[in-house]
Ligand binder design. Structure first.
Ligand code: SF4
Length: 450
């Protein structure tokens, strides 16, 4: 295919919704299409075809994905032209069979496990034949700023009763070490300063690779191996989405003793009541969770902890809700995401007795959010007067001029707060020594220490 042809016909516009894992999947499809000779369209007006990579984690995310797709179709219709739209990812994986009839605006649906065949789908819709790469080329990651999310696994075997992810993403698959190693080395050589390792259940990484010989075979050894692979660069490594059962002594040592790995622990507990956890098809009890967090604080005294509380699960009593608030309070979580239970089609929790009335859910959610904020704001304010390194993520215009925006080790990109600095001589990706002078909500203000 000549370049001239590609310019004239073959520009693909991408929209990605949902979490960082979807961004990584879009990067993979983009790499395949570029390797086959397609181009990326900077905006929809210049596109010959659009790909919407969708999220279906919650009903609201599904709605947002469908709205974004319909808005694209409308935009194309306003410009009086035909724009084939390919809907990829979680919505087709979850609702595949029903979609063609309900969304005639969409030309093709591609499930998550079909995304490596994206070139054939686009070829078919544009009526051309491009050479499908024999293997997935080096994935060209879209890295904005200095942070890159690196997917180390896909799918989930836990089947929490409220969650559709295992049905959407399939069974747990660890990404092989060689792929992870090549990607992190490449990212760091391009200037990335923080690697955020993600997956639905990162703690069990490697379990399905254990028989495959050399290289790391569990998360603790993976963290050490990633740190080793990126040395001598000054890089932060953060791991998200750990489950309580995954916190082995070896993993705690790897986080504590590997200088590049941040003492930032993300464990979405969802609840502390053993009765509610069991109904969620999760394990553990309040006592075990207390023990776990006490052990973590003993081993890593300066650690920061993020968690999740799923409020209003069917059967949750007022007392269980109050106990969860007390648990959050005494554990002193730095960051807590609070979600209100939403009955997701196809999950077991939909059929459980004891569905909670919306007004009760709303009241409990508000109480949990208030507590999460007061703990989070206090944790943020506790850093005022301290010094820490901050990665510069960007420069923003304010009423007074410009300021640098960055994040410290205790702030996960895209989830927690940011650090605001007076504009100085700094570029995105610089790591600066900063003294924090003030805080507001989850945000910190600081100045660069010479
Ligand atoms: S661990 Fe539970 S909540 Fe998380 S993706 Fe797996 S099934 Fe869903």
């Amino acid at each position: 295919m000549s370049e001239q042809f590609a310019d004239a016909f073959g520009a693909v516009y991408f929209i990605t919704l949902g979490c960082a894992k979807n961004e990584v999947d879009t990067d993979r499809m983009r790499s395949l299409l570029l390797a086959a000779g397609y181009e990326e369209a900077p905006d929809v007006e210049e596109a010959d075809l659009a790909i919407v990579n969708t999220c279906s984690f919650l009903a609201s995310a599904t709605e947002e994905s469908i709205e974004a797709t319909l808005a694209l179709a409308e935009e194309a219709a306003d410009g009086v032209r035909s724009l084939p739209i390919v809907m990829c990812g979680c919505v087709p994986s979850r609702y595949g069979a029903d979609l063609p009839a309900e969304l005639p605006e969409v030309a093709a649906f591609v499930r998550t496990d079909e995304e490596d065949g994206i070139v054939g789908v686009v070829d078919g819709l544009l009526g051309v034949t491009r050479a499908v790469p024999a293997h997935v080329p080096d994935v060209k990651r879209t890295v904005e700023g200095s942070v890159a999310f690196v997917k180390i696994s896909d799918g989930c075997d836990r089947f929490c009763s409220f969650c559709a992810i295992p049905y959407i993403r399939g069974r747990y698959r660890s990404r092989p070490w060689s792929e992870i190693r090549d990607e992190v080395v490449d990212l760091v050589s391009e200037g990335v300063r923080e690697l955020v390792l993600i997956g639905q259940d990162t703690g069990i990484w490697g379990r399905d690779l254990a028989e495959e010989g050399e290289g790391p075979h569990d998360l603790a050894s993976l963290l050490r191996a990633v740190a080793e692979a990126v040395r001598p660069h000054d890089v932060w490594i953060r791991v998200l989405y750990l489950q309580p059962e995954g916190m082995t002594d070896d993993l705690i040592s790897a986080i504590r003793d590997t200088p590049e790995v941040l003492p930032y622990i993300d464990i979405p507990v969802q609840h502390c009541s053993s009765r509610v956890l069991s109904a969620m098809n999760r394990s553990g009890s309040e006592e075990e969770l207390d023990e776990l967090f006490a052990r973590l604080r003993r081993e890593i005294p300066d650690m920061v902890i993020r968690t999740t509380y799923l409020v209003g699960f069917p059967g949750e009593t007022d007392e269980e809700h109050e106990r969860m608030l007390a648990f959050m309070d005494r554990t002193g979580f730095d960051y807590t995401s609070v979600f209100s239970f939403s009955p997701e089609e196809g999950t077991r929790a939909v059929k459980l007795d004891g569905q909670i009335d919306d007004d009760v859910k709303l009241e409990r959610t508000q109480a949990a959010m208030d507590l999460a904020e007061s703990l989070g704001f206090a944790a943020t304010a506790s850093h005022v007067g301290e010094r820490a390194q901050v990665i510069v993520d960007g420069i923003e215009q304010t009423d007074e001029g410009y300021e640098l925006i960055g994040h410290a080790w205790f702030q996960a990109p895209d989830s927690d707060g940011a650090v605001h600095l007076d504009a100085g001589e700094a570029a995105v990706g610089d790591i600066l020594e900063v003294e924090f002078t003030d805080s507001f909500c989850y945000e910190l203000v600081g100045h660069v220490v010479e």
